[in-house]
Write a protein that binds this ligand. Structure first.
Ligand code: ADP
Ligand code: TRP
Length: 319
């Protein structure tokens, strides 16, 4: 009925062109983990995106970005959530065993309430849809950030509750929370985040990348003075440079180096790494039909699996 091997699945909401923090904090780790299923959570984005053109643009950028960052669609089934209608049938079924109280306690919903936002049912039901995303694929492991841990608990509870009522049907998933992934600092030293506007965009042209790096906050210490290696410039440098380059830079920080020189060298290693990714991104953006073909093949593979699960679920409930 279900296989015993690991099945890794994760979803990404289309929320804008990723930045350097997303690359090292989320995209690279997910690709390196070798996810079996990776999808664009476009129906989830409907809770906030209310404009068709914006939605299409965000989905396109996200799909091109992941492929440019090295997602291999042969290894990973890459699809749009909206193309797999079985997920929404499973969502409808499992709603009936989801206690309302559990959704009332959801952090995301409570935070929106506290901010005085008007709550739509999409936001309220978000954890049920996310559970359906996961349960449709007999997922065993879900790599997510800490903020998604509660949603994973919801998915586990729903799977267990269903199995308790109808007999073993769903695989109970586990979250994979990567503790070793560091928080990447942004231009001002705080966590790099769209919400702070301190991000380095991944696919900006070389001259813009340079401009961003030049804007990184430094102090007025002299070039001859030692510099702290917990500075954002050093941290970013070590992400892009080789181990040997990083060791050399550490020594130079110790004896003293001009901030301007560090910025120039950071630009060089960052541009070296980002240039091929930028070229791929531009290629996919200009040849989006190829990406659509990849997504549609992914949807075909995803649906085969989700159909089998749905069939099992319908038999279990007697429909
Ligand atoms: P933002 O904070 O820019 O809005 P998101 O919340 O959309 O970014 O994050 C998308 C993914 O990227 C999440 O998995 C998140 O943990 C990761 N991420 C975002 N910013 C960073 C950062 N500065 N360092 C490490 N990981 C990050
Ligand atoms: N809720 C996740 C986020 O906001 C995105 C997501 C939707 C997801 N469905 C998922 C993640 C299923 C993992 C598994 O980032």
């Amino acid at each position: 009925m279900k296989d015993t091997k690991r099945t890794i699945l994760t979803g990404v909401k289309p929320t804008g062109i990723p930045h350097v923090g997303n690359l090292f904090g989320a995209i690279r780790p997910a690709i390196e983990l070798g996810a079996d299923y990776l999808f664009i959570a476009d129906y989830h984005a409907l809770t906030t995106v209310k404009d068709a053109k914006t939605m299409r643009g965000l989905v396109k950028e996200l799909a091109c970005a992941w492929l440019a960052c090295g997602l291999d669609p042969k290894r990973t089934v890459f699809y749009k959530q909206s193309d797999v209608s079985e997920i929404f049938e499973i969502f409808t079924i499992v709603q009936n065993i989801t206690p309302k109280g559990e959704l009332d306690r959801s952090h995301a919903y409570k935070a929106a309430m506290d901010e005085g936002q008007s709550i739509n049912m999409g936001l309220y039901n978000y954890p049920i849809l996310m559970s359906a995303d996961i349960l449709a694929f007999d997922t065993t492991h879900v790599p997510v950030g800490k903020d998604q841990e509660q949603h994973l608990e919801n998915a586990k509870h729903i799977a267990r509750a269903f199995n308790a009522i109808y007999g073993q049907t769903f695989t109970v998933p586990e979250s994979l929370i990567e503790k070793s992934v560091a928080t990447i600092p942004g231009l001002d030293g705080r966590k790099m985040s769209k919400s702070y506007g301190n991000q380095i965009p991944l696919f900006a042209p070389a001259n813009e990348l340079k401009k961003h790096i030049m804007r990184i906050t430094t102090d007025s210490s002299l070039p001859s003075e030692p510099k702290p290696t917990d500075h954002v410039l050093f941290q970013l440098y070590s992400l892009f440079a080789t181990k040997q380059e990083t060791d050399t830079m550490a020594k130079r920080f110790l004896v003293g180096i001009g901030w301007g020189d560090v910025k120039k060298e950071l630009y060089e290693v960052a541009n070296r790494e980002l240039t091929p990714m930028r070229e791929k991104f531009d290629y996919y953006m200009a040849n989006y039909a190829e990406v659509e073909k990849i997504l549609s093949e992914g949807a075909g593979r995803a649906r085969k699996k989700a159909q089998a699960t749905l069939e099992r679920v319908k038999i279990a409930v007697g429909i």
